[in-house]
Design a protein around this ligand. Sequence first.
Ligand SMILES: [Zn+2]
Length: 149
Amino acid sequence: MKIKTNNYVCSICGKRNVKLWRPYGYGAPLICAECAEKRQSPREYEKKIWHRLGKDRFSGKFTGERLPLPKWKVNENGKIPTNMGPAPKGMTIIPMTDQLLVDLSDVSIEYSPGSTSMIPACPNEDGYFWAYTVVPEENCKWWEELPTR
Ligand SMILES: [Zn+2]
């Protein structure tokens, strides 16, 4: 399989040969992990009191206290924690996602300030992107093997 990567370049910093994300439903702009980290949408989470139910099973009770969500960093697999807020102490498997919420209002006037959901940009042999849920395994693997930064 030969994936066309001529245009596989970060729309903001021009970086090539790294994992890129695109807005859900659109082919542009493409954004790398480092540019996404700088543009993550400031969010809040509601603090929870956790009760352990079993190994890696917790139930949380909302306290009503709202706190700023700590900044995320994309890991080498291109993922960030799914959790809204810190995971319970003692949790060994942290749920992760490859979707990044960013504020692109400095990139294009087409994006209102707030959050745009970015998904992995997995091109096919012609350079077009596979829809999020139907990326063939081979193309997924190609994306996963690209360096994150
Ligand atoms: Zn970039």
